[in-house]
Design a protein around this ligand. Structure first.
Ligand code: DX5
Ligand code: ZN
Length: 219
């Protein structure tokens, strides 16, 4: 069974003082950070790229999970690996065929994941389960932090848990978007392991926020 854990999404942190916010995340006992990479094409927003990840890599031992919301992601995998990503997640919808990129990523020795937008059915990834180390269910339309959790995501998490069981793939399920003190328990009950949270972690007292979220799901 995979460990249930909170992954703070750096998108909602103070980008003028990332080190300060990351130290507080470490203090709260977090093991992995979630980094949202956006290019203004796959999603209508622009965030950070490999140079920022490289600097983060130098100042923390936390595991770094890079969520690529970009077009032509296959051309940038090397750069995100070199920058220090431990896991790279690509979007199912960004490729005609994800397998060559997923296999190339695996060869680099990193963990590989696939993210599904809210309208993408989990059954669509049946054929690629064997090349995945994790699956990320988007519980908001990718692009921005601070959106409301889409309730239908619960059904998708349960469907994915069943699909993984059927094919005997014991990999973690991540959920990304609108996770807070009210929604977190339902996603854990549905079978999620990686709980990505931006606003609910970084707005206000970071250590206290993480402590409260952990408390709701008995971590
Ligand atoms: C949205 C991003 C999320 C986002 C989550 O495209 O993938 O990681 O930062 O933010 P909250 O938790 O504020 O919904
Ligand atoms: Zn994300």
């Amino acid at each position: 069974m995979h460990k249930v854990q909170i992954l703070p999404s750096l998108l909602s942190a103070n980008f003028a003082n990332l080190e300060h916010d990351i130290r507080l995340v470490e203090k709260a006992g977090i093991e992995m950070l979630h980094l949202d990479i956006m290019d203004g094409h796959f999603v209508p927003n622009i965030t950070i790229g490999p140079v920022v990840i490289e600097s983060i890599r130098k100042m923390t031992k936390l595991k770094l999970q890079s969520h690529l919301m970009i077009e032509n992601a296959d051309q940038y995998i090397d750069a995100f690996v070199r920058a220090g990503s431990d896991t790279i997640i690509i979007h199912y919808e960004a490729f005609e065929d994800t397998i060559p990129t997923l296999e190339a990523m695996r060869k680099k020795g990193i963990s590989v994941g696939i993210a599904l937008k809210p309208k993408t059915e989990v059954s669509q990834i049946t054929d690629i389960l064997n090349v995945l180390d994790m699956v990320l269910i988007m519980s908001v339309e990718p692009g921005f932090g601070g959106q409301s959790f889409i309730p239908e995501s619960i059904k998708k998490i349960k469907e994915l848990a069943l699909l993984l069981k059927k094919y005997n793939r014991q990999i973690p399920i991540g959920v990304d978007g609108g996770i807070n003190g009210t929604t977190i328990k339902s996603v854990v009950d549905a079978g999620a392991h990686h709980l990505i949270a931006g606003n609910a972690v970084f707005k206000g007292d970071i250590v206290e926020n993480i402590k409260n979220l952990k408390h709701v799901v008995n971590l």
